[in-house]
Design a protein around this ligand. Structure first.
Ligand code: TYM
Length: 332
């Protein structure tokens, strides 16, 4: 049995990218592995240091997690900030993480470009906190989307470096995991290559979106005037809606529209209508569960309390052992 850890930032609801990139895997893995899934609320401060409603954001991601099928009896579902042990491990890892490697991290460079007035130390050390999240439970597998690949590479570097520096074989090497397949990247509706919560209105479809909102977003998705020659490669925005269709519609539906594209007979309006209905059909059970769970604060707090206790037990053991390895001994 492997130990599995993964998380998500509470900066918006779960969208189809989160679901197909990560959540779908969590839900499968909880049946066979020892799983820890958490909400990275400390991490969200690196981009939103003064959140308007952090608690509300965390609650809506919790609801989405549960609606997507995470079972708190099978896996440990918790908030990062309920397990302060992670901060101690973060500190230990920061002592052995070098400025150059942190500055070279692509997500740091991207964020520094996007928020030039707030290039804070938390942003720079985002990968060490993420590594701490993962190795805190001595994880083997980390179900994530393709955008997290480099963070996982850095996690391995930090875990191996710790082992080497203290001459132990304590932390396993965690890998980004998607059942032996390529990591997934779900594209956005605005023609960009990634569906994301901070990419602007209309880019992402959320699991809780209503049918009307889904229809509206998909009908507005970026397309062009259509191919003029048969069997041409698809421009990025067109590739995007085909990718979404491949993931969400029946294989025959995809084939049908792909053939129309290759014969220059495609009508994007028809394709989008079909895609919208397929997405609505996929989303509906999630949306219903979200509406139910939102009303059940008592259940949510029970889940969070249980998760915090289980996660702290595992975290405290690691911290005890790490302190010993580094050389902290108690005088009293
Ligand atoms: P976050 O909150 O941006 O995204 C959560 C998960 O969803 C995946 N994802 C996608 N997958 C495919 N296509 C997309 N368009 C797409 N958009 C998002 C992400 O890859 C991720 O798996 N740094 C993490 C949070 C984190 C974490 C961790 C993850 C903090 N500590 C420890 C794993 C282990 C993040 O920002 O994910």
């Amino acid at each position: 049995m492997s130990i599995v850890v993964s998380g998500i930032r509470p900066t918006g609801n779960l969208h189809l990218g989160n679901y197909f990139g990560a959540m779908r895997n969590f839900v499968k893995m909880q049946n066979t592995d020892q799983c820890f899934f958490f909400i990275a609320d400390y991490h969200s401060l690196t981009t939103h240091p003064t959140p308007q409603d952090l608690h509300g954001n965390v609650k809506s991601i919790l609801v989405d997690y549960l609606a997507a099928g995470l079972d708190p009896e099978k896996s440990t579902l918790y908030l990062q900030s309920d397990v302060p042990e992670v901060l101690e491990l973060y500190l230990f890892l920061n002592m052995n993480a070098y400025l150059g490697e942190l500055e070279r991290c692509t997500s740091f460079k991207d964020k520094a470009r996007k928020q030039p007035d707030n290039v804070n130390a938390g942003l720079l050390t985002y990968p060490t906190l993420m590594a701490a999240d993962i190795i805190l439970h001595r994880a083997h597998k980390v179900p994530v989307g393709k955008d997290q690949e480099q963070h996982l590479e850095m996690t391995r570097t930090f875990a191996n470096r710790f082992n080497r520096m203290y001459n132990v074989n304590y932390f396993p090497e965690p890998v980004a995991y998607n059942f032996g397949e390529e990591l997934v990247k779900i594209p956005g509706l605005d023609g960009s290559t990634k569906m994301g919560k901070s990419e602007g209105e209309g880019n992402a479809i959320f699991l809780g979106d209503s049918p009307e909102s889904i229809r509206k977003k998909i009908m507005r998705a970026v397309t062009d005037s259509g191919p003029v020659e048969p069997n041409q490669p698809k421009p990025q925005p067109i590739e995007n809606i085909f990718t979404l269709m491949k993931v969400l519609s029946a294989p025959e539906t995809y084939e049908h529209f792909n053939n129309l594209y290759n014969n220059c007979q495609i009508r994007y309006g028809d394709m989008k209508k079909q895609l919208a209905e397929d997405v609505i059909c996929f989303n509906e059970p999630f949306r219903q569960r979200i509406l139910e769970l939102e009303k059940n604060d008592e259940y949510i707090s029970k889940v969070v309390k249980m998760g915090a206790e289980k996660a702290r037990e595992s975290a405290a053991k690691t911290i005890r052992e790490v302190r010993e390895i580094v050389g902290f001994k108690r005088f009293f």
